[in-house]
Design a binder for this molecule. Structure first.
Ligand code: MRU
Length: 389
């Protein structure tokens, strides 16, 4: 998508040096546009854990590139050992050492954020492909190829989600013959994916097709991904929007000011229960009460083919200081100020689960289905329950 007229994806390989992965440090947006270099697994794990990058598909893609960086690092470590004559190892020992490094890197990356299934999915996919190769050179080449493939597929899937979701917006627009008001929660935009976004992809497509629309952007406390990131994205594309406090959605729905809700997800069970940013459930309840369609947009990498019930999804709990302190831009600098009494403890549940009964439909790269096991499996007949891939 465009930033000040220039095309960007949210992650890429450095042009002059393919051994470096570059990301947009999302912590500084919308006030500063900072590009960060990731040079090894530790950089990558830190970037995911501390949310320089976030959003399920992007976390997965970043981890996939992290596995590629791990392969480079493992090779470098072996070379250093050889140079220092530390060990005159047999080729098989070298491979064992390489594989062990890769395995540890995978574990480190997977434990950074527990809710988004794309992370585990991408790392396991990398592990499987890397382990199948018999030489270090082939393992490295495979890791890079697969990371690129995961990134490109993610972008293509989001584009498809946009095309399918567009039909929903078009239908509402044709019926209403007035501005279509769409509410979204958190940031499920191109910054959260590689390109286009999930929840925003239908919005971008509808805008491109000339549909008159306006987006209600939930601020999304405590990290304010809506107020900071979704608002910034929409502004860059020239789409009408208003940022609202998290609790405003129900009121707007009662007043007939919301025609449609579209959100993303971090993990969806194969039966259609959806874990997404904390507060999504309350929006779904309000939408149901007001008869407003509530759609969830997701690539199939976000479906957990092993989990039947939403209550089994691990919910990340983050540092209480994210609730107690609020961050913003003042006099040209990012500043943090204390919001709560210093001694008051806080709890910071990052996600909640919206039960399938509250969801009108799932917008996927294969089309739209109902949030239930049969409809999901009709769309993905090749999937086997109980298998992650
Ligand atoms: O904690 P975050 O910012 O990673 O949470 C992101 C969300 O909840 C998104 O809605 C979800 O990942 C879908 S992204 C296309």
């Amino acid at each position: 998508m465009k930033v000040k007229g220039k095309n960007y994806t949210s992650i890429w390989l450095k042009e002059e040096d393919e051994k470096i992965v570059q990301i947009i440090d999302q912590r500084s947006l919308p006030h500063e546009f900072i590009i960060e270099d990731l040079k090894n697994v530790n950089d990558t794990a830190k970037a995911i854990k501390e949310m320089h990058v976030r959003g399920a598909p992007l976390i997965g893609t970043t981890a996939a590139f992290g596995m590629y960086l791990a392969a480079l690092e493992a090779e470098k470590k072996l070379e250093e050992k050889k140079e220092n004559n530390e060990a005159k190892k047999e080729k098989t020992d070298e491979l064992d050492e390489f594989n062990l490094f890769i395995q540890k890197a995978a574990e480190k990356l997977i434990e950074t954020r527990p809710t988004a299934i794309d992370l585990e999915w991408a790392v396991k996919k990398q592990l499987e492909k890397i382990n199948r190769k018999n030489s270090i050179e082939d393992k490295k080449i495979t890791a890079l190829k697969n990371a690129k493939n995961i990134a490109n597929t993610s972008a293509e899937q989001c584009k498809k989600i946009g095309e399918f979701g567009f039909k929903i917006i078009k239908e509402i627009s044709e019926k209403k013959r007035d501005t279509v008001n769409i509410l979204t929660h958190c940031n499920a935009g191109w910054l959260a994916c590689v390109d286009y976004g999930t929840a925003t992809a239908p919005i971008y497509k509808a805008f491109e097709e000339g549909i008159d629309l306006h987006v209600w952007v939930d601020e999304t406390r405590p990290r304010n991904q809506g107020a900071r990131l979704t608002a910034w994205e929409l502004l860059q594309q020239g789409i009408k929007h208003s940022v609202i406090v998290d609790n405003a959605g129900g009121h707007l729905m009662q007043k007939g000011m919301v025609d449609l809700c579209i959100v993303g997800t971090d993990r969806t069970t194969f039966t259609g229960d959806v874990a997404n940013k904390i507060g999504t459930y309350l929006k779904a309840l309000a939408a149901k009460d007001n008869n407003i369609p509530f759609y969830v947009a997701l690539p199939s990498s976000t479906i957990d083919w092993e989990l039947r019930e939403g209550k089994e999804i691990p919910i990340e709990e983050r540092d209480e200081n994210e609730v107690k302190w609020i961050q913003g831009f003042h006099s040209g600098q990012m500043k943090k100020v204390l919001l709560t009494p210093e001694q008051s403890p806080a709890r910071n549940y990052a996600f909640d689960v919206t039960p399938r009964r509250l969801i009108t439909g799932l917008i996927t790269e294969r089309g739209i289905c109902q949030a239930n096991e049969k409809s999901i499996l009709d769309l993905f007949p090749e999937k086997t329950i109980g298998e992650i891939e």
